[in-house]
Design a protein around this ligand. Sequence first.
Ligand code: ATP
Ligand code: MG
Length: 419
Amino acid sequence: MFTRKPPARWALRRWMASGRGSPSSIAILGSKLPWDTADPSTREPPSTRQVLAIHSPQKTHEPQDEPSFYSNDIDRFASKPTRPVTLQNLLQMCEPPLTREKLLQNARYLCRERPIRYAKRVKLFQRLPFIVNSNPFINEVYRMYYRNFEESRGFPMVETLEDHEAFIQMLTRHSDTLKHIMPQIARGFFETRMYFGTRARQTFLDQLISMRISLRLLTSQHIALHNGYTNGACHSVIDRIVLGDTVRACAQGVQTMCEMSYDSAPDFEVDGDAAAFHYIEPHLEYMVVELLKNAFRSSLQAGQDGEIPRVLITVSKGNGKVAIRIRDHGGGIPRRIHDKIFDYAFTTVEHQDSADPAASETRAAEPPFAGLGFGLPMTKLYAEYFGGSLHIVSLEGYGCDAFLELPSIKVDRVPAITI
Ligand SMILES: Nc1ncnc2c1ncn2[C@@H]1O[C@H](COP(=O)(O)OP(=O)(O)OP(=O)(O)O)[C@@H](O)[C@H]1O
Ligand SMILES: [Mg+2]
């Protein structure tokens, strides 16, 4: 017979703190509820609306910056269509001459666009099952988005360069506060994985992360334009990268992280064509680091009782594309889990502390070396965002090859995508 999983402690605490639940309603949360069915396959976790409807919450006064599930503003903005720009337009915007009018025009576009895009994200969070959105890591991110929405929609239209200065300050602040939320999101969804189906989680996170990539790209591009206008600095986020150099620097960084986490690290070797190409450097670094972390970790495990096998990195440049192959001899991926490795929150890393969710509330939001199950699905999403690809080929009992292929993004050859 199907037994209901007890609600996590953080969910109960959040429920109490929200003022929506009384002790008796918390007791009810652990008992049989109307959405419980005898057949676990048809059981859906309760949505926030279901929970609220059934427990007739006491009316409470919520502070102004507190996200409200019934905010008409969120619905109003979220229902407006976004106005995506093509990657081609984005690149053309960076071409000289960079005039005052061009800068202000782009600022006005963002001024209209940002509240809509934030509202859509807030709406996504509001549709999560209550127990998932109650997770402290997830809820914190939800609140950040809500605050950014509130501030963005209240910002007056940019008309002058003075307005623009204030606008840039807001963009920078928003960008900084949201810079490190991915480990927080990963931790939140890892902790709530038993309350949220794999497919629903996959859809939610693919949507959320794609939205995040787009808005961050538009925002950082505008900040780069502003820097270009005021001090002649580089004014494009899509930059020329010497592949071999970036990959080598990433591998050195991962080696240090590995030593800090496990007291030793494998050696590595970079070979191939050290050609330059055009891409967004932080995206490239993110993907390479995640693949290297996996390769280093498995190599370390394979070398537990002897020599640690080295990791081989090969870079090459083809027709408008670059490829990176990361090869390890760490024993490969067992066949039975191969179709799960791109699922968010799927990991084979054992956690000593994940059994106690309360303990996680005190942990810093620092990303661990491995164990959240976000590295591969996110790398794939980042790669595919600009029309690239990621493939993992495993020889069970021997090792893995990760193939990352990325387009070179230049004005004369731009992937046909909209942001
Ligand atoms: N090179 C590899 N060798 C062996 N197994 C691998 C390799 N790369 C990935 N895996 C398997 O795929 C799983 C998912 O990898 P992924 O990078 O998404 O998550 P993770 O490494 O567990 O955690 P994190 O989100 O911190 O990266 C890993 O837990 C591991 O079982
Ligand atoms: Mg990983």
